[in-house]
Design a protein around this ligand. Sequence first.
Ligand code: FES
Length: 155
Amino acid sequence: MNPKPTDKLRQSTPKEEYSTAHRSFLRHLIKLLSLFAVAVILWPVLRFITFKFPKKTVIVIPGFRKLKGMIHKDGAYVNIIDDKIMVLSDRCTHLGCVIRYDPISRQFVCPCHGSKFDLEGKRISGPAKHPLKKLFYRVDKKGNLTILLPLSLEK
Ligand code: FES
């Protein structure tokens, strides 16, 4: 029995082989790009789903009612005069250096560029343009002072 002309194995030409390889390469490239696109879309979604609010730093000064004067603790200056409390960040508003309290001049002085602030945190001089940041605080029934440091001021 003679094979029909259509049953003959047809050899592919070099041009057809090139075309087949080219198509295969393009298919793989499209698959890779699709995977990349899915990853680009899923990454922020996964970050959003797994996001946890960072904990805020809390500074506690136990029994603060017995204390007087200026207290510097963990990023905050607490000035206690009788019943009046002033809680300020210890970060200079110029470039964020830690300020120091000068008890002689009764001012806060930045060691980096010399900005000065009064006891209420108002700017007196120097390159800083803004007053010191006032921090939220509360006093509980036991007389503990709790200060909340904003995330931007955490160390
Ligand atoms: Fe305080 Fe510049 S960082 S004056």
